[in-house]
Design a protein around this ligand. Sequence first.
Ligand code: SAH
Ligand code: SF4
Ligand code: F3S
Length: 484
Amino acid sequence: MKEGVNLDKEIDESRQGEATMIASEGSKTAKKLYVESYGCAMNFADSEVVASIMSQNGYTTTGDVEEADVVLINTCSIRENAESSVRKRLTNFKKRKQRQPELIVGILGCMAERLKKNLLEEEKLVDLVVGPDAYRDLPGLITEVEGGQKAVNVLLSRDETYADIAPIRLDKNGVSSFVSITRGCDNMCSFCVVPFTRGRERSRDPETIYNECATLFEQGYREVTLLGQNVDSYRWNMTSKGEIKDETKPTTNFAQLMESVASISPDLRIRFSTSHPKDMTDEVLEIIAKHENICNYIHLPIQSGNSEVLKRMNRGYTREWYLERIESINRIIPNCAISTDIITGFCDETEEEFQDTLSIMREVKWDFAYMYKYSERPKTLAERRFEDNVPEKVKGARLTEIINIQQENSLEVNKRQIGQVHKVLVESFSKRSEDDFAGRNDQNTTVIFPKGNFGKCDYVLMKIKTCTAATLQGEVVDVLKPST
Ligand code: SAH
Ligand code: SF4
Ligand code: F3S
């Protein structure tokens, strides 16, 4: 397990997210915006776009909800639990609104898109409901609310990518940042609500991605994570069938995009998420192998180890196909860490089918896994076609079983690192002690080490001494000089 990740819950820290408050200090005169984000990294990235749109309209962001004039909650619908934690949070705001009736409370993101104006009726305290493609409209909608109306815009778009908006970085770590490269998803996995909440897939202009990453590097950032629900389907000036749209202009695929971002500086680390087993090409793997600064880490969700279950999930690959992709990774990028997502108790999952998930876990030995119980989502293909018929108890028991195997696998992988030397980017104090720093190695494992004559944003070489299933502990053997 990686540090801080809550394996046995439907919500995890970095992707499907525990509530994390992200904010920056505001000035005394301007109106104050407080943003709270739930869900995946894309939501966190979107909140930074929202902060930017609002700042152009006279708002500064604040980390103190008590001084906010507007509260925006960016929400997630991926599993029922994700929605119930937002509902709980909303009841807290209800009390606050009773004390301060002029406070404007808005819901953004996937729950806003899924529940639309029902949210206004259901949760009487909400003034504003804005879906993921309508954030440019926020200032106008807030003006409507100030005029005494309730406001809703949940229109999805075929081309909105917020490409021209320079996000305001809300996470103040200054080392690592998310950069969205696509929005939406066209895959229609049968269990998944994302195509309904985020709309059709579209790619962002590569020049704006390059420029955003280059600006981050100039500002001192040393790591960018390129984000999309399926990064491998990134394409610019090409149709989904690979035909060129405008012959006079260049085309860009994901491999080429990564190569261009990697050229910004050898000191800028590139990560990306999420890769899709059906679309991940050897060309992408070769680009990762070729560039030292593209991290040797791939998040490749499998969901189930059984081909029949995968078919019901509409994932577009079989167990054998997935294993072949793993073979290619290991062949082309020796020493590549691989993580995955697994769902237990999907519709009609038999004990025998579940055994195939256990066996593939023993075979692949992923470095890390995010694991979930299946949660039926309204309107999805699975909800319409199949019955959610695996009892909660069985889903839970299966989840515990895979968590235990993963725990063993992660410990085994980490033990193998002892004695090795890893390049680590220094990111923050360790969660436990201000005498220690934390960072990640190329393979995305957290490494803890004593403070020394170096600071945030430095690259250090670390000899690994001990480990747990979640983290490595080491000692710095060298501080690397910047390449440029
Ligand atoms: N686009 C990514 C996944 C995004 S959602 C991909 O295709 O891999 C992140 C993870 O949440 C999924 O990989 C899946 O494991 C899990 N998930 C999605 N819908 C779910 C549901 N209805 N119940 C349980 N887990 C779900
Ligand atoms: Fe959901 Fe599948 Fe799209 Fe991932 S690829 S977001 S799981 S529909
Ligand atoms: Fe959740 Fe929406 Fe992301 S449903 S996982 S916030 S795309």
